[in-house]
Design a protein around this ligand. Structure first.
Ligand SMILES: Cc1ncc(C[n+]2csc(CCOP(=O)(O)OP(=O)(O)O)c2C)c(N)n1
Length: 957
């Protein structure tokens, strides 16, 4: 390995032998990358009409030496990299050459497994073999130390907030490895709004352990980037430099390679340097790069730039040609030096602008259409031959005894040691905190918030109560005077790991107690308001500091940033075994502003709580323009919309417990919707107590009668429910808590009431969140007309009818709640024809009316899941200001609309006519029919279904 180590200074690396060695490894990786993509595009199993496979050889080649400097010299196995998605094959090829394809247990893949994996870029595994996704992914065998990629502009921001989370952990006394966070971005990617939202934030937070590297190749997907040098006072790299310096970043330009530098130091060379750096437009440079003939290139430069005619005329055309093509971003020595320098900056994040050539080393270099062009067979053969490889040697590492081979083995071992050390640390942290979690017994099912004194509280208020209590518990010493109550002690550990954050809506979403004097991070300042005697004690103290009791991360209006931050903090449990649980509030409407970041967090399997509050048109008095609640259906997410404050408390307690006990696979992104509309909390118990299951001393045959039934309660011996005694509240609420956590519960349940006739006078109203007040009123109005309308409150659309429900065939809806599609038959009254051959019956199912404050898609599939008629009342137009009553009426979510919809579904379901042939009637009556006249039944066609095995049981891996 000679003099190079992973701590190599630029001096060490610049020794000729070392540079040659690193260059030779990069050159092999260049070939491997290209071959990997070539093979992906020439697979034998391609069928007519298949989408193209693609891959990005030119974009990989552009980043080759940047990626190489990190893999071969600079990064440690504790560092993290967020690379531009289309350079993923280059990362795989470096990991191949360093033998860093790893199994789950961190042992290495065998050489044949690794070679097979190199053939599997963008392939679906046929027999469990290793493959690679198109972009960096946790499914890949070399994902260690990499952030997932795919959507540009998001991962670099996550890298920054991960860097911040490491600092947070260290400041709070947890064991964290020394790590640097690297991101490689394309120059077009660097125009993404998400990136620019984060730039000032990272500097102000003093995230020194972060380096972004712009792969400045002046090309994007569509072709050459054509920027406006006149208006922007220079080329785009200058604009980037000025922007970043103005935003508090260190900037390092890596412009020139050694050939250019040699020319610059020749007589008159400074004129040439000025020409390249200040006078040549990016677009013109790209056009010059496309010229294949050096003499022509010389001619055009002289023609367009008289001021350097003298210098250019004096030099050899080939030398000029080579210099124009000699970018610093392909000089691994210069890159290593810049990266090492960037690490010296401890308080400021750094940006390296690496000037590169898209398609370096390929025939497509600098060609405007090269973004995803794949070399042809001829070029591929040439690249293979240049590596000294035979035709059948597609992928190969260096011989172990060669200088390059030895270097790669040593470097790969070093990185693997770090990866394994991090895994050990993760396990150590995990078992340490697991033990501490159980020190005071199991986590209670609620936080014990006292609601008695609260008049008309709302769920957003309740969130504030819960987080305030957790903040107090976190900051109360176990052996202090104001000791914690016995039932508070189990919350001690979780509360210490709860980190809250909000995009400038902390106070308005009721997080004041979590914020007050507890803002974590830079910029640490004296409290001038206190010093000058102008402090308003009613408002939270927002002066930041880095005290261990500080756990609120304050943001400007930057929903994208906070969503990335909540995702990065939510990864720390997984990466380091430190169970940070980030909680973010956001005005629900603006979740959409960061939809991509939200998706990224879920793809990354981050564990976090996002509270969208206030939400829906329910907030219309305050924000009619923000009253749209979107239906999000993303794997790994669970959405909640509590109605009563107790529900929110149970949901929060459950989410916390699942996070700390690692019991939230497939649902670690918790999304809770809150409102600011108060509700009489006594309704909860009062309505539940009318249900038969919560009455004392009844047997199976007992039938209840409602106090207000139109018949006056005279229902043939039924018992007036209001006169019956109830089981204790604690027991009743424990049953309901479990149902709330399953996604829905009966708030009004008439199933054991006298005169309850499914198919005749029964329907189910599903309501979610605040509009349930309307469902209750509608149910009461329907009862006056003799209709029994159950009210089933939906707490989680995901668990009841979304992705999570689909996994268990909607068991809660269909089995536990018993909502089904039985057809209740009666002869058609007045006119149903009954002949010798055919009998006509009216079939009725129990229909559904659903009502919720949001997009129809949140709940409009209930009827189709169950197989009954559904009318879905939802928000279908833009909102207006007004009181909830007005607004619910405006959107047809009010009680009258529900009653009307109920009439509609009840009458429509009654229109189902069944014609029964006499042979069927005979069969029903036990007489045989000819077997040949029977078609195959569905049970015969899908036998696994009849055995209770659904189609989902297939192996999906
Ligand atoms: C958010 C998003 N938009 C679009 C794309 C598709 N896309 C992938 S790479 C690319 C061009 C990237 O150009 P640049 O950032 O300059 O990188 P280069 O390939 O030139 O190095 C585009 C448009 C994407 N992956 N993500």
């Amino acid at each position: 390995m000679g003099k190079i180590s992973d701590k190599a200074s630029s001096d060490k690396v610049s020794k000729d032998l070392s540079k040659d060695l690193l260059d030779s490894i990069c050159s092999r990786v260049h070939y491997l990358t290209t071959q990997m993509i070539y093979q992906a595009n020439h697979r034998a199993d391609k069928e007519k009409g298949d989408p193209k496979v693609g891959g990005h050889p030119a974009a990989c080649a552009s980043s080759l030496h940047i990626v190489g400097a990190l893999h071969l010299v600079v990064k440690s196995g504790f560092d993290y990299i967020a690379n531009k998605p289309h350079a993923a094959p280059a990362d795989h090829a470096f990991n191949y050459i360093l033998d860093l394809f790893l199994k789950e247990d961190l042992s290495r893949l065998s050489l044949s497994e690794a070679n097979q994996a190199m053939l599997g870029l963008r392939a679906f595994p046929k027999a469990g073999e290793y493959v690679f996704q198109s972009y960096h992914s946790a499914y890949d065998c070399d994902h260690h130390g990499f952030l997932p990629s795919g959507t540009v502009g998001i991962p670099p921001v996550n890298a920054g907030y991960m860097a911040h989370a490491y600092t947070f952990c260290r400041e709070h006394g947890y064991e964290v490895p020394d790590a640097h966070f690297w991101s490689i971005l394309g120059d077009s990617e660097f125009r993404e709004g998400s990136v620019f939202e984060a730039i000032p934030d990272f500097a102000e937070r003093e995230i020194g352990n972060l380096t972004w590297i712009v792969d400045y190749n002046r090309q994007s997907l569509d072709g050459h980037r054509i920027t406006n040098k006149d208006i922007m006072s220079g080329t785009d790299d200058k604009r980037i430099e000025r922007t970043m310096i103005a935003n508090g970043w260190e900037v390092i330009q890596v412009r020139h390679g050694k050939k250019r530098e040699a020319l610059f130091s020749s007589p008159g060379g400074q004129v040439f340097k000025k020409f390249i750096e200040d006078e040549l437009q990016d677009y013109e440079l790209q056009a010059l790069l496309m010229l294949e003939n050096p003499e022509q290139l010389k001619k055009f430069i002289i023609q367009e730039h008289a001021q350097i005619k003298k210098f250019v005329e004096a030099i050899d055309a080939q030398m000029l040609f080579d210099a124009i093509h000699d970018f610093g971003g392909h000089d691994i020595t210069a890159l290593v030096a810049a990266m090492e320098k960037s690490k010296e900056s401890k308080r400021k994040p750094s940006l390296i602008i690496a000037h590169t050539l898209k398609g370096w080393g390929l025939r497509s270099a600098a060609s405007p259409g090269n973004h995803s062009s794949v070399p042809d067979e001829d070029e591929m053969k040439d690249l293979q031959k240049n590596q000294g490889l035979k035709d059948d040697q597609l992928f190969a590492r260096f011989a172990a005894h060669s200088a390059a081979g030895k270097y790669c083995i040593e470097r790969g071992n070093k990185i693997l040691n770090d990866i394994q050390a991090e895994a050990k640390l993760r396990e150590k942290n995990r078992s340490f905190f697991e033990k501490r979690l159980h020190e005071f017994g199991d986590l209670p099912t609620s936080l014990g918030i006292n609601l008695k004194m609260a008049s008309y509280p709302h769920t957003q208020w309740m969130l504030g109560q819960c987080t305030a209590k957790l903040t107090r518990i976190a900051n109360t010493k176990l052996n202090s005077d104001k000791a914690l109550a016995v039932d508070e002690k189990p919350w001690k550990l979780p509360s210490e790991f709860l980190v809250s954050m909000a995009p400038d809506v902390g106070t308005s979403t009721n997080l004041n107690p979590s914020m007050d004097g507890k803002i974590f991070g830079a910029n640490v300042l004296p409290d001038y308001e206190a010093e000058f005697g102008v402090k308003d004690k009613k408002l939270p103290n927002l002066v930041p500091s880095e005290d261990q009791s500080h756990r609120f991360i304050r943001f400007e209006i930057a929903e994208g940033n906070v969503t990335s931050c909540v995702g990065s903090y939510g990864q720390i449990r997984h990466q380091l075994g430190i169970p940070i649980l980030p909680l973010m509030t956001v005005y629900d409407f603006f979740v959409k502003r960061a939809h991509d970041q939200f998706f990224y967090n879920l793809y990354w399997k981050s564990s976090f709580i996002l509270v969208g509050t206030p939400s829906g048109v329910t907030l219309s008095p305050e924000g009619a323009q923000h009253g749209w609640k979107s239906d999000f259906q993303i794997p790994n997410q669970i959405t909640w919309e509590p109605l009563f404050c107790l529900e929110l408390e149970w949901i929060l307690a459950d989410a916390i417990k699942r996070h700390f006990t690692y019991d939230n696979d497939g649902r670690s992104g918790v999304f809770i919707r809150g409102v600011t509309r108060g509700i009489d909390q006594k309704l909860f118990a009062n309505l539940l107590k009318r249900q038969k299951r919560f009455k004392l001393g009844l047997d199976a045959s007992s039938r209840l009668a409602p106090k207000t039934h139109p018949t006056g309660g005279d229902l043939g011996g039924a018992l007036d429910e209001s006169t019956l005694e109830n089981i204790p509240d604690s027991e009743m609420f424990e049953q309901i808590r479990q149902e709330v956590l399953m996604g829905a519960y009966y708030l009004i349940d008439y199933r054991s009431y006298a005169g309850y006739e499914p198919g005749d006078n029964v329907l189910n109203i599903f309501s979610m969140g605040s509009v349930t007040t309307e469902a209750i009123r509608a149910s009461e109005a329907l009862l006056e007309r003799g209709i029994y309308a159950n009210v089933i409150v939906v707490t989680s659309p995901d668990l009841l009818a979304g992705n999570l429900a689909q996994q268990n065939d909607y068991a809660h809806l269909r089995k536990h709640l018993g909502v089904e599609a039985s057809l209740h038959l009666n002869p058609i009254p007045n006119g149903g024809s009954v002949s010798a051959e055919i009998m006509t019956l009216a079939g009725r199912r129990v229909p559904i009316v659903s009502v919720h404050d949001g997009e129809p898609g949140l709940l409009d599939n209930l009827g189709s899941i169950v197989g009954v008629r559904q009318e879905c009342l939802a928000v279908r137009k833009h909102s207006k200001c007004g009181r909830p009553d007005d607004i619910y009426r405006y959107h047809h979510l009010d009680a009258e609309a529900i009653v009307e919809a109920s009439g509609k579904v009840l009458s429509e379901t009654a229109l189902e006519q069944i014609k029964l042939g006499t042979n069927v009637l005979r069969e029903v009556a036990g007489q045989s029919t000819s077997p040949t006249s029977r078609a195959q039944t569905w049970q015969e066609l899908w036998p696994q279904m009849s055995q209770g095995t659904s189609g989902h049981a297939r192996d999906d891996h």
